[in-house]
Every structure is written in structure tokens, then in C-alpha cells.
Design a protein. Structure first.
Length: 56
């Protein structure tokens, strides 16, 4: 009776680790996308500034 309980606990622990790993991976990917988006916005703002006509 103990063996199936142990196996169930082990499988549950494995599933929690997999879910935690997936959540951490999703968080890392989300941060990467936000960083890329921010960088792209910064570059576009710089380009708009460079494209402005020079006035005196």
C-alpha cells in the first residue's frame, strides 16, 4: 500500500517541478519580449528624432 502512495507523491512532485519550470520559462520569455519591444520603441524614437528637419 505504501508503494503506490510513494509513486503518487513522486509523480505529483515531478508535475509541480515541470509546472514551475514552465512558469519560469514563460516569465523569462515574457521579459525577453518586453525588452525587445522596449528596445524597438527606443530605436524608433531615435530614428524619428534623426528624421526631424533641422530648424534654426
Amino acid at each position: 500500500l505504501q508503494a503506490p502512495l510513494q509513486a503518487g507523491r513522486s509523480a505529483g512532485s515531478e508535475m509541480m517541478i515541470i509546472c514551475q519550470t514552465a512558469a519560469e520559462e514563460l516569465e523569462a520569455l515574457t521579459l525577453s519580449v518586453l525588452l525587445l519591444y522596449s528596445t524597438q520603441e527606443f530605436i524608433h524614437a531615435e530614428q524619428r528624432e534623426d528624421d526631424r528637419p533641422i530648424t534654426q
